[in-house]
Design a protein around this ligand. Sequence first.
Ligand code: 48F
Length: 257
Amino acid sequence: MKEVEETTITKAIVEKAMEDWLSLSEVDVAVVGAGPSGLTAARYLAKAGLKTVVFERRLSFGGGMGGGGMLFHKLVIQSPADVVLREVNCRLEPLEEGVYVVDTAEMMAKLAAGALDAGAKILLGLVVDDVIIRGETPTITGVVVQWTAVTMSGLHVDPLGVKAKAVVDCTGHDAEVLVIASRKNPELGFTVPGEASMWAPKAERLMLEKTGQVCPGLYVAGMATGAVHQTPRMGPIFGGMLLSGRRVAEVILRDLG
Ligand code: 48F
């Protein structure tokens, strides 16, 4: 086995991480949350050539996929979302016409690999705890990031700002970015009432319809859409999450020209 000195390891990690950070201080799109909607959005955005970064609080990707349905390692998806999974070579087990069952680990891994292969960066262990705002017409122009470990430690450490032409809240049920942005900046003109009770088919349809821009510069996809538009929750059916991620990418690509 080749011997590698400690200094070589340290320099490699610091230099390469700094190269990435210098490049990522200004991006086209900052996606917050590496769940199904965020990973899907990132894949389509990066595939279309946009410089895309995903910030994920945990040290792993997948969000709510890992828990399956009540910790059983299976999820249900429905057409036409199967196309999104087929594109990343995720295996689907047909259940009935247009309905499929997927393994949680495979779906997590394949969606993340798809986003990375398309050119998106996924940075783990980072929390978005604020947005950057500018303009007479208030416009979100980036995110404020902090190490998850710092927020957990309770230390007072100032965060860093990352400029983005578009920010997407894919943080799931809590819609954390939208909650922070609306609380700190009432002039943005929206509130986050939270999702309604479970009604799966209606939830899937409405989430897709409501996916898109919330205010200039700030977009929503996935379950965060339910929180801001008070649409129902749907439980462990995930087709809507994938289609919502694809939809928000289409909207951003159109808006950014
Ligand atoms: O919750 P999550 O999977 O969001 P999603 O893409 O999918 C929702 C489904 O998993 C499920 C459902 C389907 O029936 O209802 O809940 O809408 O993924 C959200 C990710 O965002 C991260 C969080 O750790 C998770 O991986 N996250 C949340 N807040 C922040 C964050 C934040 N402030 N900064 C960074 N990451």
